[in-house]
Design a protein around this ligand. Structure first.
Ligand SMILES: C[S@@+](CC[C@H](N)C(=O)[O-])C[C@H]1O[C@@H](n2cnc3c(N)ncnc32)[C@H](O)[C@@H]1O
Length: 338
């Protein structure tokens, strides 16, 4: 007896005059950066060729798009519902959609390295960014994370971004404005070092997200700005940064025990019986750390578990938790840390 699943009915042949109910456009007041309905002049589209190569451009009446597979007219795209294949003059074929946020941020112009979409998703979920939330972030870099934060807080929240380099701030402003199609009402961009500019502003907030080389230098400013129960979240690329940030949070004392992790995303190839992980993957982006702000004057309970032998031995030179004594000069860090 065959266990083959019944064949699924094929999609019916497309109607000759396509009737698509794409609804009206997304409410502009939602500031989602998303549009529905026919492609309009001025909107960005993303073309993907048969080899997976991507091309993003803004639609302009009368303009031509050129590639190594010939050309096609923007006018042939304007007015159509996204989600179609279009031939080019030299026999190529392109898939046409509006870019998703996750696609936009990896193709937009960059000043500094961006937070990858998989990590932006982790930050939004694990730092618990909610509609109406007041988030402080630094540095703004190219504005990739800013777009995800603004999406999550919505127009009635607030994202206060701090960036100390004017050239990066300009890149970010252009990218964020392009994605949302205007000046997002919840966004404020301040040029300056977070460690000085945030305390000077007197802002109070629910979340502080730090994506920079030395986030430990901004911890006091973050602690001062965070409301009790708020979350500090750092995105750091190396283990040395991870260690220094975590130990600085512990030493500060006004936060819960920090939680550190990374996420690995592995795509899968699924074709008939050939079902296996893809050969290539992005093996490393960065580590994430979160900790919650205690109420003023409150301290988290002391840890009952002692540090692993040697964890803070003579070779350790970073910030030292208050309850961990300096090792005696003649005592080696006997056992390796677990
Ligand atoms: C890796 S980039 C940030 C990328 C950004 N999160 C994104 O997704 O596009 C780091 C940025 O932090 C900025 N920066 C470093 N330390 C800073 C500080 N103390 N205050 C403000 N900006 C800072 C740098 O100039 C740089 O633009």
């Amino acid at each position: 007896m065959s266990h083959a699943p019944p064949a699924l009915p094929l999609d019916p042949a497309p109607p000759t005059t396509a009737v698509v109910d794409a609804g009206t456009d997304v409410d502009h007041e939602a500031w989602s950066g998303v549009h529905r309905g026919p492609l309009r002049a001025g909107e960005w589209v993303r073309l993907v060729d048969q080899k997976g190569r991507k091309h993003n451009f803004a639609l302009e009446p009368g303009k031509r798009f050129f590639s190594n597979r010939g050309h096609l007219e923007h006018d042939d795209l304007i007015g159509r519902e996204e989600g179609f294949a279009v031939p080019s003059s030299a026999g190529g074929e392109y898939l046409v959609f509006r870019p998703l946020l996750s696609e936009f941020v990896v193709s937009m112009p960059r000043g500094a390295a961006v937070v990858y979409p998989k990590d932006a998703a982790q930050i939004v979920a694990m730092a618990d960014i909610f509609p109406g939330c007041h988030v402080v972030e630094a540095g703004v870099g190219s504005g990739a994370l800013t777009c995800s934060l603004l999406r999550a807080v919505g127009p009635r929240g607030r994202v206060s971004s701090f960036e100390r380099r004017e050239d990066f701030a300009d890149v970010a402003r252009r990218n964020v404005t392009q994605f949302f199609g205007g000046d997002h009402p919840a966004w404020q961009l301040t040029l300056g070092d977070l460690s000085e500019a945030l305390p000077a502003s007197g802002e109070q907030c629910d979340r502080v997200i730090l994506d920079m080389l030395a986030p430990w230098e901004c911890l006091d400013a973050a602690a001062q700005a965070l409301r009790p129960g708020g979350i500090v979240c750092a995105y750091v690329a190396t283990t040395t940064q991870l260690s220094r940030f975590v130990e600085t949070v512990r030493l500060h004392g006004g936060f819960t025990e920090p939680k550190a992790w990374e996420s690995l995303v592995r795509d899968w190839h699924v074709e008939g019986l050939a079902v296996r992980p893809d050969h290539k993957m992005i093996g490393h982006t960065a580590f994430l750390v979160t900790a919650r702000r205690m109420a003023p004057g409150e301290r988290p309970p002391r840890k009952t578990r002692r540090p692993a032998p040697g964890a803070y031995g003579p070779d350790y030179t970073g910030p030292r938790p208050a309850e961990v004594p300096e090792p005696a000069d003649d005592v080696a860090g006997d056992l390796p840390a677990d």
